[in-house]
Design a protein around this ligand. Sequence first.
Ligand code: IPE
Ligand code: IPE
Ligand code: MG
Length: 249
Amino acid sequence: MFKFMSLKESIVKEQIPQHIAIIMDGNGRWAKKRGNQRIFGHRNGVNAVRAVTEAAGELGVKYLTLYAFSTENWNRPRPEIEALMSLLVSTINSETDTLLKNGVCLRTIGDTESLPPSVAAKLKEATAKTSGCNGLNLILALNYSSRWEITNAMTRIAKSVLDGQISPANITSETISSHLCTGGIPDPELIIRTSGEYRLSNFLLWQAAYSEFYFTDVLWPDFDKEELYRAIVDFQKRERRFGKISEQL
Ligand code: IPE
Ligand code: IPE
Ligand code: MG
């Protein structure tokens, strides 16, 4: 009998992106479609996080960055913010053992020190607990925005110049990269955004210089392993030229 190749089977193992970043969007609309409160969508979004983390680990992706809360998200209604913060804490509580078991190293990018103290403490605890893991690096972008990150990097570079540790003539693009929250982490080859929105919303502006973008109408709570495979298969069909022409590759 003729057998169709599954999406997973069509992935070229030798060309798995080492860093995938995802703008998880559409939780609110998912809930609204079901006549529910927005937080119901956020709660169901956790299932997608679990599925994608598992799939990325199984495929051998080294870094998975998930945009979970932007600095602009503080402008949302207060009850939603509070619900999101408590969801974050309860999810970390329930998932840390699984992360440890699967060798997943939890990390964060963003101004996590300015999060509510209980949230910041919980994050610190979970990142310390999993810091010895050497499987997938699961990076949560929390209280993150790229302009905040770049501004912060500029301030620190300026201080080092004043202290005489760096000379302006020696500032390179590596100097800037290494001062960002993602210092030491390779740029994402693939950035995914769900829910049919076509924008970056202040996410990884510097790091996305040569990323491939994948947009899908799927709302985040409906995103699953198959959707991740679909994105990777699509990514693998692209020709990444980095300014060159086809014939040079
Ligand atoms: C993404 O879903 C999750 C966060 C930004 C925290 P949204 O909450 O933005 O859902 P929509 O875009 O309103 O549907
Ligand atoms: C981007 O989603 C931020 C996160 C996914 C955490 P938003 O839903 O906040 O983005 P905008 O406001 O529609 O651009
Ligand atoms: Mg949104």
